[in-house]
Write a protein that binds this ligand. Structure first.
Ligand SMILES: C[S@@+](CC[C@H](N)C(=O)[O-])C[C@H]1O[C@@H](n2cnc3c(N)ncnc32)[C@H](O)[C@@H]1O
Length: 417
């Protein structure tokens, strides 16, 4: 249990931020870290796997790699799965589920390959105990992931259970909530929650400090259910991302509640009062209610301030500048009637007029703020009639997006940093 090969998948493009985060969580104990496409691999102990589940804001899951073999047929996949000592990891009474992903696999049916993995696991238990564990697709005790490349089958045991973006505080979703992992990625890439990293590496730019260390204010004027604000507030208070939820590892054999309680107690002892002011507003009163309820459940209601209001009208929540961060409505009719009521002329199908008005409002009233806007709309800057000084690729599930950065100076936006 002291030398496990872990793989932490994350959205494409976030690998270097995840690698930095892993160093922050595990410190000197990190061994053989490899940044790969779509995730980070490390050698680590069982305890580290628990810590990563508890603290990582960017990883989708923490997987233990148990097999990596060449294959050509479904039978090879069966053999690979049967050779893993699953009985060391879970009990015959645990139900399990197999998920499969593939890239360039020559196999015709992934369903059949999944079935072969299930059979191999169940047959291995039957050969040893005379019984087969139950397969359960809805709420399995144990999840096994199989990944097929063109030539190799890789088998993982999932220690997370529900994906890690589910922090356990979401009481109400709202209509189009960001995944918590993506909100965390926006905060990381902007330099708010971690120092700015040298391009393509997980090494901080020299002299760069995170915005939260500097106490930089943060405001999401289209906050919806409050994901960015709540994620930021938990970071500012050093609240562990997984403190409110259960994990798959609790059903695995090596699990000991004494160690787990110790790790959670240590995490709780590190919580601090917020080191930054964090605000959210939304044109919809309903959304603001959701955000407030979510903040209570996330333990950050004291440090977040939500208001109803139109992003095209709201003034900065405090003097002196800070960071605006938002994913504005997209691909839907932008309704602006809300609180402001009278103003109708920003209602356009493609958001063009909305963004032009937003830019004017920011230039007039948000001098010394930096705006970070996440959108799949690659024409954002021309709609804002502004020049961004950074654009960072990010994926919102299957949707390719950009995180645009605009530095707001009086009456204009800076062209470049
Ligand atoms: C894509 S959602 C943001 C989701 C949010 N990040 C979350 O995680 O729940 C866009 C939000 O913008 C809000 N909105 C639309 N027009 C607005 C306006 N003029 N001013 C403020 N908020 C607005 C919508 O009510 C919606 O909640």
């Amino acid at each position: 249990m002291n030398s496990l090969l872990l793989f932490l998948p994350c959205a494409a493009g976030l690998e270097v931020y995840l690698a930095y985060e892993i160093y922050q969580i595990l410190g000197a104990s990190v061994q053989e870290l490899r940044t790969m496409r779509g995730g980070v691999q490390i050698k680590a102990a069982w305890r580290d796997a628990l810590l990563l589940n508890l603290h990582s804001r960017l990883a989708q899951r923490v997987l233990i790699q148990l097999q990596d073999q060449p294959y050509q047929s479904e039978q090879d996949i069966y053999n690979a799965a049967q050779s893993v000592a699953w009985e060391l990891w879970f009990d015959i009474k645990s139900s399990f589920k197999v998920d499969i992903t593939a890239q360039h696999s020559p196999l015709k049916s992934l369903n059949f390959a999944t079935l072969r993995v299930k059979d191999a696991v169940a047959d291995r238990f039957r050969d040893r105990t005379g019984e087969r564990p139950n397969v359960e697709t809805f709420r399995p005790d144990v999840r096994i992931h199989a990944h097929l490349t063109a030539e190799r089958v890789i088998l993982y045991l999932d220690t997370s259970g529900e994906p890690l973006f589910k922090r356990g505080w979401r009481f109400e979703k709202g209509d189009a909530p960001l995944k918590e992992t993506l909100a965390a990625a926006m905060l990381a890439a902007s330099g708010w929650s971690m120092p700015v990293l040298q391009e393509g590496t997980s090494t901080p730019l020299s002299g760069s400090k995170s915005g939260v260390e500097l106490g930089q204010a943060l405001y999401d004027p289209c906050c919806g259910s409050g994901t960015i604000v709540i994620e930021a507030a938990q970071i500012a208070c050093q609240i562990a991302s997984g403190i409110n939820r259960r994990f798959g590892f609790e059903k695995l054999r090596p699990f000991e509640s004494r160690l787990w309680n110790e790790l959670k107690d240590t995490a709780k002892a590190k919580q601090v009062p917020a080191r930054a002011e964090i605000f959210g507003s939304d044109i919809s009163h309903r959304m603001v209610d959701f955000a407030e309820q979510n903040a209570i459940k996330a333990g950050v209601s004291e440090v977040t301030k939500f208001r109803a209001g139109d992003a095209l009208q709201r003034m900065p929540p405090l003097d002196g500048g800070g960071l605006l961060m938002l994913n504005p409505p997209y691909g839907e009719r932008i309704e602006t009637a809300g609180v402001a009521g009278a103003r109708q002329n920003a209602t356009t199908e493609d958001g063009g007029e909305f963004y032009a008005q937003l830019a004017t409002h920011l230039k007039t009233n948000y001098t010394n703020w930096t705006a970070w806007i996440l959108t799949p709309d690659m024409k954002l800057s021309s709609k804002m009639r502004l020049k961004e000084n950074r654009r960072i690729p990010m994926w919102n599930g299957p949707i390719e997006c950009r995180l645009f950065r605009y530095e707001i100076k009086k009456g204009r936006m800076a062209d470049a940093t």
